[in-house]
Design a binder for this molecule. Structure first.
Ligand SMILES: NC(=O)c1ccc[n+]([C@@H]2O[C@H](COP(=O)([O-])OP(=O)(O)OC[C@H]3O[C@@H](n4cnc5c(N)ncnc54)[C@H](O)[C@@H]3O)[C@@H](O)[C@H]2O)c1
Length: 276
C-alpha cells in the first residue's frame, strides 16, 4: 500500500474489503475435544459444556467411576463421549491414551489440559517426591499431552489448546512453591507452543483462575465452602469463581471471536488480581 493510499478516504473501505478475506477457524459441532481431569471441578464443567456445544468428547482422569459418570452425563446431553483412564504424571500413559483417542475418532480439534494437583507444603519442607509429582502432573503432563495430539492437529491444519494455569503463577503466595512453579511453567510453555505451532493453525492459550468453588482450594487450603465464598466477597465481582465461569472461557477461547488470541494467559478472577 502506498502513502497516497493511506491518505485516501477509502482506507477504511480497503481494510474492510481485505479483512473479509481473513479466515477465522474455530470449534465446530462434531469436532473432537479432549479434556483432562474430567471427573471433578472444572474438568467436569468443561466436559459438560462442550457436550452441550456438540463436541465429540475424549475425557481423561484417574478416578474411573467418576470419570465414567461424567461421560454418561455428556452422552445424556447428546454428545458422543469416551472416557479414558489416563494418569497425567505418566508420559507412556498419555501417549497410549492419545493413540486410543486417535484410533477411535481419527483426529482431534482441541485439548484442554486441566488436570492438576495442589499439595500444600512450605518451601522449607516440600519433599522431592511432592515437587516431582506436582511438576509432572501439572506441567510435564500439559506439555506431553499437547505433544501427543499436535501431529493430528498439524495434519488437519487446525487446532486449539487451552491450559489451566493459576493465579499462583504470578502472585506471591506461601505454601506451594512446587504448585506455583508448575503453573508459572504453564504460562511460559503456552507462549512457546503458540510460537511454534501458530504456523500450523493451532492456537495455544491458558486460563488463570482465582480460587473457585471446587474441591481443590478446599482440600489444599483446608477451608470450608462457606469460608471460600466469604473470601470471594472481597473481589470486585463480589464472589469467588464457579466451574461454569471457567467452562465459559474455554468455550470462548475455542470460538471464532478468539481466532486472533494465542499465547495468552487470561485471568478469570472477578477482578481480584489488578495488574497496572
Ligand atoms: N479451583 C480453583 O480454585 C483453581 C484455581 C486455580 C487453578 N486451578 C487449576 O484448575 C485445574 C482444575 O482444578 P479443579 O479445581 O477443578 O480441581 P479438582 O481437584 O476439583 O479436580 C481435578 C481433577 O483432576 C484429576 N486429576 C488429578 N491428578 C490427575 C492425574 N495425575 N491424571 C489425571 N487426572 C488427574 C482429579 O481426579 C480431578 O478429577 C487444575 O489444574 C488446578 O490447578 C484451580
Amino acid at each position: 500500500m502506498s502513502v497516497v493510499d493511506i491518505n485516501t478516504q477509502n482506507l477504511d473501505e480497503l481494510i474492510e474489503r481485505e479483512g473479509a478475506r481473513i479466515t477465522r477457524d474455530c470449534f465446530r459441532a462434531g469436532d473432537v475435544v479432549v479434556v483432562t481431569g474430567c471427573a471433578r471441578g472444572f474438568g467436569r464443567a468443561i466436559s459438560r459444556r462442550m457436550a452441550r456445544e456438540g463436541a465429540r468428547l475424549a475425557i481423561f482422569d484417574v478416578i474411573d467411576d467418576e470419570g465414567e459418570n461424567v461421560a454418561g452425563l455428556c452422552r445424556d446431553a447428546g454428545a458422543e463421549t469416551a472416557f479414558f483412564h489416563c494418569d497425567m504424571a505418566d508420559v507412556d500413559n498419555i501417549r497410549a491414551a492419545a493413540r486410543a483417542v486417535l484410533d477411535r475418532y481419527g483426529t482431534v480439534y482441541a485439548v484442554v489440559n486441566n488436570a492438576g494437583i495442589n499439595p500444600r507444603y512450605a518451601a522449607l519442607d516440600v519433599p522431592v517426591e511432592v515437587w516431582d509429582r506436582t511438576l509432572n502432573v501439572n506441567l510435564r503432563g500439559t506439555v506431553f499431552c499437547s505433544q501427543a495430539f499436535a501431529p493430528a492437529m498439524i495434519k488437519a491444519g487446525r487446532g486449539a489448546i487451552v491450559n489451566l494455569a493459576s493465579g499462583r503463577a504470578i502472585e506471591a503466595t506461601p505454601n506451594g512453591i512446587h504448585y506455583a512453579a508448575s503453573k508459572a511453567g504453564i504460562v511460559s510453555v503456552t507462549k512457546t507452543l503458540s510460537a511454534e505451532w501458530g504456523k500450523h493453525g493451532i492456537r495455544v492459550n491458558a486460563i488463570i483462575p482465582a480460587a473457585s468453588e471446587t474441591r481443590q482450594p478446599l482440600e489444599a487450603v483446608g477451608v470450608t465452602l462457606e469460608d471460600l465464598r466469604r473470601r470471594g466477597t472481597a473481589t470486585p465481582a463480589g464472589r469467588v469463581g464457579h466451574p461454569e465461569d471457567i467452562a465459559g472461557m474455554v468455550r470462548l477461547l475455542l470460538s471464532e471471536d478468539a481466532a486472533f488470541i494465542t499465547g495468552q494467559s487470561i485471568a478469570i478472577n472477578g477482578g481480584r488480581i489488578m495488574l497496572p
